[in-house]
Each structure stands twice: as structure tokens, then as C-alpha cells.
Design a protein around this ligand. Structure first.
Ligand code: GDP
Ligand code: ZN
Length: 361
């Protein structure tokens, strides 16, 4: 089994999904860069440029185009340096956003992320509401969130702040780091196993690039050393958005991720507001609106101080925004189902045709 795709996280599960493509003579690859006019892929044949086939572009539904982090089935063409991408393998996780040209279209920004670092800084503007939003986006993607509080050198009591954040982070790890004082960086990377992919999300200025650079430091030096030894300049072409770190973890750093943070659907919010959902289950009425109904557990918690009013307000605000995108999510699900059935029908007809051919009917 070729090493390079294993390093990029190739798995048994992917190999199974890939089996029909292998039979069709295709090669697996992972998207490491997405350009306006194509992709860069790592494959067992080295780094290749790639383009989606006309068929894939035509058949891909919403969110169906390859994105950074995706595994794809491709065929290299000896006469053309650009490989053809035929299919995107099923994604384990995905970050989506509305397309720039239309808020009605969903776009995949990054796929197959294992760990999402929700990054916020420990200076004056530590904002719990914002952390909740990013956490919701992280849960929504399907990846494991880890909260990272940066610039601990600027906080008088980082551990106390971490304990506060842990209370709203619904059981996910909360780590304290300082890039300046080189504290906590190893513990951060220890959250990501070899072959797993992580991303950093969070507002601008919280120290994400500084962390990425700290992780990449050694890699950059290693690449520079190779570059010196290789006067063909072979290593100079690769600007990657998906990068292999020395310890075997992968880090995805694509411009699109910087805009992530808007909540797209319900599940992510439920997990980020786990405690409120639990409370609401204790309301006397199943359809309690937590207004003035008797036996409302939410109001009781607000009255007793067990539930922070600001947290409750934020939960309600998200609910309103979500109602607006829900209708949309339904439509996407319906479209996906329709496409699935159409593909089944096509396969069914093709099989029937083959059988007729084979039996000479
Ligand atoms: P990004 O927008 O999230 O990528 O944030 P940057 O990585 O660009 O960092 C924003 C600013 O915070 C820069 O001026 C960094 O030097 C500073 N910064 C980053 N990490 C630390 C840290 O651990 N401690 C302190 N005091 N400043 C930091
Ligand atoms: Zn209630």
C-alpha cells in the first residue's frame, strides 16, 4: 500500500468506498489546494493538478464539488499534466457556507476534518457568546471541537477563565496556550492523531496564524533544506492548504475557513446548548415556549440563577436565525434524496440492459 496516501489519512473505510473506482482503473487522491480553475492533489503518483470531469460538474448537486480535504477518484492522463477527477468519496465531516454569489447555495469549504480548534484569546474581549457560535459550527461539521484559549501570557488567571469556558463547552476539552511563551503547543497537537486533520477557527486577531506558523516552523525548515538539495526546484511549486506536520497530523488552512462561524443547522446548536435542551425536557408541557407557562424549568433556572440570562438570550437568537435556514436545509435534503433515487434508477436500468445483452434477449 502506498505510503503517501496513508499519511494523508487513507483508511479501510475509504478503501471500501473506493473499490468500484479501483475496478474502473481510477486512482485515489486527496485535495490539498483548491484554485479558481482547478485542484492540487496528493496521490500515490505524487502531486498532481486536477480538474473535475464535465460529468462530475454536471451531476454534482449542491455541495457536490470537490473541496480541500476531500478524497477523490481520478485518472491521470500521460498526455495531459492535469488529472481528471471523476468522483468525490463520501465525506465523514464537512464545513459549509453560503456561496458568495448566492446565499441560497451551500458550498463545502473543507471536508474530512477530524478536530476543530475553536480559538479565542484570553485578552479583554474573551466572549462566551462567540465561543458558543463557533462551537455550534464545529459540532455541525461533524468533527470533534477543542476550545483553545490563546495568549495566556496576557491573562492574570488563565485557569479560572478556562474553567468558566469549560462550563459552556459541553464536555469538550479546553486548552490554554501561549505562542509567545511557547506554552501548551504540544498538548494542542496531542489532540490530533497521525493521519487526522485539524483546522483552527475563530475571529481574526486571536492568534490562529501564529499557532499555524508555530506548528509549521519545523516543516518549513525541512522543506527549505530539501529545496536546497534539489536544484530542479521540484518542491517550490507546492503551496498547500492541507499540510502534513512533523508528528503526522495534518493541518488545513484555507482562506474560506476564516469566514466559518455562522450556524447552519440545528444539531450543532443542540450540542453547544446541551444544558438548555436538558432543562427544557423538564418543563411541564412538551410544547412549553418558556414564556409564562406553569412548571417551566427554563424560567425556574433563570429565576434561581442556574441559567445565565445572556446565554438564554443567545440561544433564543440562534433559534430565530435557524428557523430561517431550516426551510433551506429541508430543500437540500430533498434534493439529495431525489438525486440518490435518480442514480439508483440509472444503475437499475443499466443493469437490466447488461442482463439483456448477456442473455442475448
Ligand atoms: P489571527 O488573525 O487569528 O490569525 O491572529 P494572528 O496570529 O495574526 O495574531 C494576532 C496578533 O496576536 C499578532 O499581533 C500576534 O503577534 C499576537 N499573538 C499571537 N499569539 C500570541 C500570544 O501567545 N501572546 C501574545 N501576547 N500575543 C500573541
Ligand atoms: Zn419551559
Amino acid at each position: 500500500m502506498p505510503d503517501v496516501i496513508d499519511q494523508y489519512g487513507w483508511s479501510e473505510e475509504l478503501a471500501r468506498a473506493f473499490a468500484p473506482h479501483a475496478r474502473a482503473g481510477r486512482m485515489p487522491g486527496r485535495v490539498v489546494v483548491q484554485h479558481r480553475d482547478g485542484y492540487v492533489l496528493v496521490t500515490e503518483a505524487g502531486e498532481l493538478r486536477g480538474k473535475a470531469s464535465g460529468r462530475l460538474l454536471q451531476d454534482a448537486g449542491e455541495g457536490g464539488y470537490p473541496a480541500v480535504g476531500d478524497w477523490v477518484a481520478l485518472t491521470p492522463d500521460p498526455a495531459d499534466p492535469t488529472a481528471t477527477i471523476h468522483a468525490v468519496l463520501p465525506r465523514r465531516t464537512a464545513f459549509t457556507r453560503r456561496a458568495a454569489d448566492s446565499v441560497r447555495k451551500l458550498q463545502v469549504v473543507a471536508a474530512n476534518i477530524d478536530v476543530v480548534f475553536v480559538v479565542t484569546s484570553l485578552n479583554a474581549d474573551l466572549n462566551h457568546r462567540r465561543i458558543e457560535r463557533y462551537l455550534a459550527a464545529a459540532w455541525q461539521s461533524g468533527a470533534r471541537p477543542v476550545v483553545v484559549l490563546t495568549k495566556s501570557d496576557l491573562s492574570a488567571d488563565p485557569q479560572a477563565e478556562a474553567a468558566e469556558v469549560a462550563a459552556l463547552a459541553a464536555g469538550c476539552p479546553v486548552l490554554v496556550v501561549s505562542a509567545r511563551e511557547v506554552v501548551g503547543l504540544e498538548a494542542l497537537l496531542a489532540q490530533v492523531k497521525a493521519g487526522e486533520t485539524c483546522v483552527l477557527i475563530g475571529s481574526s486577531g486571536v492568534g490562529k496564524s501564529t499557532l499555524v506558523n508555530a506548528f509549521l516552523g519545523r516543516t518549513r525548515m525541512a522543506v527549505d533544506a530539501i529545496r536546497e538539495a534539489d536544484d530542479q526546484g521540484r518542491h517550490t511549486t507546492s503551496h498547500r492548504e492541507l499540510v502534513l506536520l512533523p508528528g503526522g497530523a495534518l493541518i488545513l488552512d484555507t482562506p474560506g475557513m476564516r469566514e466559518v462561524g455562522l450556524v447552519d443547522a440545528d444539531e450543532g446548536v443542540s450540542e453547544a446548548f446541551d444544558d438548555i435542551e436538558q432543562l427544557a425536557r423538564d418543563c411541564r408541557f412538551n410544547d412549553c415556549t418558556h414564556g409564562s407557562e406553569p412548571g417551566c424549568a427554563v424560567r425556574a433556572a433563570l429565576d434561581s440563577g442556574a441559567l445565565d440570562p445572556a446565554r438564554w438570550a443567545n440561544f433564543q437568537k440562534l433559534g430565530v436565525e435557524l428557523a430561517a435556514v431550516e426551510e433551506k436545509a429541508d430543500r437540500v435534503a430533498r434534493d439529495a434524496e431525489r438525486r440518490r433515487l435518480a442514480a439508483l434508477q440509472k444503475t437499475y436500468r443499466a443493469t437490466k440492459r447488461d442482463h439483456r445483452g448477456g442473455a442475448g434477449e
